[in-house]
Design a protein around this ligand. Structure first.
Ligand SMILES: [Zn+2]
Length: 544
């Protein structure tokens, strides 16, 4: 399989893109970046990128599908300029691409092209593709295929088109190309198709429910990516794609749940989900168990609820000491992970993002999560600290509006998987509950149930004088900014649910202390996330 990143580019934001890619790829796990679009600002005023001028090396093999920008040295190491249409292979992945353009531009060979040559291009591409081994792995186009939203319900439309129900006109050439190539992945940018009346969503990330090709056994995943740096949207798609030639037939024929029929055959009575396909394990289940495995989210698989009863304590502890940490090869909180719960993300900044947890204690229970895979707050850059503080502050302002104060807590404790992705839990409590009352609850429950006590700090910054690089700790930040710090000794375990358990008491809902009992189905989660995003919007500094 090949780990690839896909973006929709323009040269203005080239540095932003390549900077993010370099960051994501620090571990060197990605093999290629696909950049769809002309790398052309469109208004003639291009900012010269240090990457494209050769001043900085490209962080990763970069494949540009689109017109060749002026002044770019095509011989740069790692840069592959592929022009506006063709067939190519990247590693073992076969890729067909067709970038239509409404402005005159140049093809790779340098001859001038104009709008009326588009049909000619398409005919030669069609002939070329038909001479190749099909189906292909990936189809890349600048336009949406006409009719791609057929056979799905309005609620599954792109976020900005649910209300209007407008379906983008799309390009019939692209539809034809999809039918010929039968790609497993079809990536599109959101640029307007020349001459179309209803443009495709330009500002939102959209992944259509997979559909089954008409005359093939496999499905197509249609993914539309917004312009680089679109605030609050995923604009860099990461995936692990196995080339068709390495797939067994039964793998290829696996049909994900809810798969629809091809949108390019319009039924008179559309039936969105084909019942005859036997679904593989539902995606929601996978996410659920992943969150559980991480525990740090709010509870779950790491320890059983009753493992704190005394007779089991020693037993579990012995087991824990004798076994090495279990290895994990995926992280559910890395923004570029295939398994991040996309629909729960509420805001994306430059350093961190904001997401709802599974089974939140209250509807606006949130997590602040660094974009980078940081497992130790000691390793956080000052920019990241600063953005965490901005998120805390904006949540504070958001809470004030509805008479709530936020309590933040972090549990930086080794799990059976080692140290996991650092994150901060954010839970609003009624303004009428004083910091002293919250403090008393923390102290009382911790002492009585777990023999844990706290030192009181005057603010979060003070923690630095108590915590060294490998110190394990739990800290709760009260509305008056004072912090309750507990240092966890290496030989001790720390109750996974403590912060949540205390705050469930504080808000008068002790029955909600277990996240599993508060879990919602995916539709409800999507609704909850949308509600929060709407209410938080005026305070979201990433949208400003
Ligand atoms: Zn991570």
């Amino acid at each position: 399989a090949m780990k690839v990143l896909v973006s929709c580019g323009s040269d203005v934001k080239c540095d932003r893109l390549l900077g993010r890619v370099a960051k994501l790829n620090k571990s060197g796990s990605f093999e290629a970046l696909f950049c769809i679009g002309s790398l052309h600002s469109g208004d003639g005023e291009s900012t010269q990128s240090s990457f494209l001028s050769g001043d900085s090396p490209l962080p990763i093999a970069t494949y540009v599908f689109g017109a060749v920008p002026d002044g770019v040295d095509a011989s740069l190491e790692n840069l592959h300029l592929l022009g506006t249409y063709g067939f190519t292979t990247v590693g073992k992945l076969s890729v067909v691409y067709y970038i239509e353009s409404s402005v005159p531009n140049q093809s790779v060979s340098g001859e001038k092209r104009t709008r009326d040559q588009t049909d000619e291009d398409f005919s030669s591409l069609e002939a070329l593709v038909k001479s190749k081994d099909l189906p292909c792995d990936i189809l890349i186009t600048s336009s949406w295929p006409a009719g791609v939203l057929n056979n799905i319900q309005r609620k599954d439309y792109p976020a900005d088109q649910k209300d209007t129900g407008n379906s983008p006109t799309g390009s019939s050439n692209v539809t034809k190309l999809n039918q010929i190539c039968q790609p497993r992945y079809h990536f599109v940018t959101n640029s307007r198709t020349p001459g179309e009346t209803a443009p495709a969503s330009s500002q939102v990330y959209f992944e259509r429910i997979p559909f089954k090709h008409m005359s093939a056994s496999h499905v197509c995943r249609f993914i539309s990516i917004p312009e680089i740096d679109t605030k609050g949207q995923k604009w860099l798609y990461a995936s692990n794609i196995t080339p068709i030639e390495e797939m067994k037939e039964e793998q290829l024929a696996q049909i994900p749940p809810h798969t629809t029929e091809s949108p390019f055959v319009v039924n008179s009575a559309p039936e969105p989900a084909l019942k005859k396909f036997k679904p593989e394990e539902p995606a929601t289940l996978k996410v659920h168990s992943s969150y559980g495995a991480f525990g740090s989210l709010s509870g779950g698989g790491e320890e059983n609820e009753d493992s704190w009863s005394h007779h089991r304590y020693n037993h579990e502890y012995r087991d824990g000491r004798n076994s090495k940490p279990k290895k994990i090869d995926r992280c559910w909180f890395c923004i570029d992970s295939d398994d991040v719960a996309e629909h729960l993300i509420a805001s994306i900044g430059d350093e961190c993002y904001l997401a709802l947890p599974k089974g939140g204690l209250v509807p606006d229970h949130l997590l602040i999560i660094p974009l980078d895979h940081i497992t130790n707050p000691y390793d956080l850059k000052k920019e990241t600290f600063a953005e965490i503080a901005r998120y805390k502050q904006s949540l504070g302002e958001y809470g004030k509006k509805s008479g709530k104060n936020f309590v933040f807590f972090e549990r930086n404790v080794r799990t059976q998987y080692g140290m996991v992705h650092y994150l901060i839990q954010c839970v609003p409590v009624p303004e009428s509950t004083s910091s002293e009352e919250i403090q008393r609850k923390f102290e009382e429950i911790s002492r009585v149930q777990y023999q844990i006590s706290y030192q009181v700090l005057s603010n979060r910054d003070e923690i630095r004088s108590h915590v060294k690089k490998n110190t394990q700790y739990f800290v709760a930040e009260l509305p008056d900014k004072r912090c309750l710090l507990h240092l966890v000794k290496n030989s001790r375990r720390h109750p996974l649910q403590l912060g949540r358990e205390v705050l469930a008491e504080v808000i008068g809902h002790p029955e909600r202390k277990n996240w599993k009992e508060c879990e919602l189905n995916q539709q409800e989660e999507i609704k909850l996330a949308a509600q929060f995003k709407g209410a938080y919007k005026p305070y979201d500094f990433t949208l400003a």
